[in-house]
Write a protein of this length. Structure first.
Ligand SMILES: [Zn+2]
Lengths: 122, 384
């Protein structure tokens, strides 16, 4: 898990995705190959919008409550991420923006993972 | 392509089988299938095994050869192949066996599915490896969480309620009482489900199938051979498979399992029937919402109206379209790689009239086996 995590680190920190100039679709995580156009696709890496809205969510109730949400960013790209807020505040449709947060430790090596989470956008 | 028949079926007890090992339960299923087909064993020409994660659940790979060995088939040196598509592995094994016979390559083939999960700490965590580990699981999106996200969206889009979801669990438990091999053989009430603790809101403990130990086997034969060895062949009229984007966030419509829609459409065409002609179904209720989505994606109801079928009692065992008479994954237990094979066993028993206390009246049955959140779907249509 550790090398796999570090290889993708810039995408977790910066919320980068890909944009296909042929079909106009965005993808997160970035893809080297457009799944819509395949060989005709012209894919480039882009920075995704910082804000979006919650399409649906769940509160995981195993241990500390943890909010996991399906978020649609303002350009239509969808992403599954955690919401860093009081679970009672969450509702479908709420505006959220990205934040840099700790994701916990990885196994016995104790390496602390960071990545993008979302917080309520006020 | 030739017609293919199911000529023998068997499955082990499903559940937390602490005292029994992987090899024991596999042998139980295989021996029962051979006895059912009245075959000796040496007639079997090939074996396909559905198993999601022998490596993580048991620390054992090379599962197909192991199963062939412990089924007493090592002497014959038959080809034994493991196939994997998370919890659709069993459906895949049936489909591989079906293709091997339909193509004319083999006359008699066995498809088995097996999983022993209770030897490790958290079986759901291993099953959750069926989702995108880097972009879903890493941020907390395990299997219950992703189904919960679908459930909430279905509730908010279509008015489905937590009570509707609970009724799926209640129905499947009621059916499980009548299945001697089911893990849970007790009735529950809607209130029991609603009061059970949340796992991932809005899904509660009793909305989730438990990950179980279990094994199942079916023996398939070409039509000509089937007629020689049994008076009650059940034909596989279609066995289709489709895939979808692995992660929920890549799907345009999170509430439609495109793989299910595609596999079902192709299966109906091959079997020359429509959704309304299905008289009994075994579907993949790994979570209660999955059964509601299955009603819709299989065409039993319009999109968004799946909950009406459970509210109106249509999918009860005495309703117009009984779904999961075995108890489904919820009550029978979800033995991961075994589940898709167990569904075919149940349909075969139902169509032959051998389902005892849970017998329904049906000539056409459908099975839906799903991998993860729907990135793999296998649909089989059986008829007598
Ligand atoms: Zn494109």
């Amino acid at each position: 898990m550790v090398p796999r995590f570090w290889r993708k680190i810039k995408y977790r920190y910066d919320l980068k995705g890909s944009y296909c100039e042929n079909c106009g679709n965005y993808h997160y995580p970035p893809r080297n190959f457009c799944p819509v156009c395949r060989r005709r696709g012209r894919v480039k890496e882009v920075r995704l919008p910082d804000e979006g809205r919650v399409l649906s969510y769940t509160i995981i109730r195993e241990g500390e409550p943890c909010v996991v949400a399906l978020i649609e960013l303002d350009n239509g790209t969808r992403i599954i991420s955690q919401l860093s807020c009081d679970p009672s505040e969450v509702e479908t449709g709420m505006r959220v923006r990205k934040a840099f947060r700790r994701y916990g430790e990885d196994g016995e090596e104790g390496i602390i993972n960071y990545g993008t989470k979302f917080v309520p956008a006020n | 392509m030739r017609r293919v028949a199911v000529v023998g079926v068997g499955y082990s007890q499903f559940g937390e089988l602490w005292e029994r090992g992987f090899r024991d339960i596999v042998l139980e299923a295989g021996a029962e299938a051979l006895a059912d087909a009245e075959l000796e064993g040496k007639e079997i020409e090939a074996m396909y095994v559905g198993n999601m994660s022998g490596g993580r659940y048991l620390g054992q790979e090379h599962i197909a050869a192991l199963i062939a060995d412990y089924s007493g088939l090592a002497e014959f040196g038959i080809p034994a192949t493991r196939v994997e598509a998370a919890d659709a592995s069993g459906g895949l094994a049936v489909r591989q066996a079906y293709m091997a016979v339909a193509s004319g390559l083999h006359e008699i083939v066995i498809a088995a599915g097996a999983e022993k999960v209770t030897d490790v700490g958290d079986p759901m965590e291993i099953l959750s490896a069926s989702v995108d580990m880097e972009w879903e699981r890493f941020v907390g999106g395990n299997l219950p969480a992703l189904y919960a996200i679908m459930a909430r969206m279905h509730m908010e889009s279509f008015g489905t309620t937590e009570e509707d979801l609970a009724m799926v669990s209640v129905k499947n438990h009621r059916n499980g009482v009548k299945n001697p091999k089911a893990q849970f053989r007790r009735e529950i009430k809607v209130d029991d489900v609603l009061r059970s603790p949340y796992v991932a809101e809005p899904l509660k403990l009793l909305d989730c199938a438990s990950i179980s130990d279990g094994a199942a086997a079916v023996i398939l034969a070409s039509e000509n051979v089937a007629r020689e060895i049994t008076d009650t062949p059940v034909y596989i009229e279609a066995c289709t498979q489709a895939s979808d984007y692995i992660a929920l966030h890549s799907r345009k419509d999170v509430l439609t399992m495109k793989a299910v829609v595609k596999a079902a459409r192709e299966a109906y065409k091959l079997a020359r029937i429509e959704a309304k002609d299905v008289q009994v179904a075994e579907v993949h209720d790994s979570f209660t919402i999955a059964e509601i989505l299955a009603y819709e994606d299989l065409g039993f109801s319009e999109k968004g109206k799946g909950a009406e079928l459970i509210r109106e009692g249509i999918t009860e065992i005495d309703g117009d379209l009984p779904v999961n008479p075995s108890g489904g994954l919820k009550a029978c237990g979800h033995a991961v790689g075994a589940t898709g094979v167990r569904q075919i066993v149940e349909l075969t028993l139902q169509l032959r009239g051998d389902a005892e206390k849970r017998q329904v009246d049906a000539e056409k049955g459908l099975a839906l086996n799903i991998g993860g959140t729907g990135a793999t779907a296998v649909v089989s249509i059986l008829g007598r």
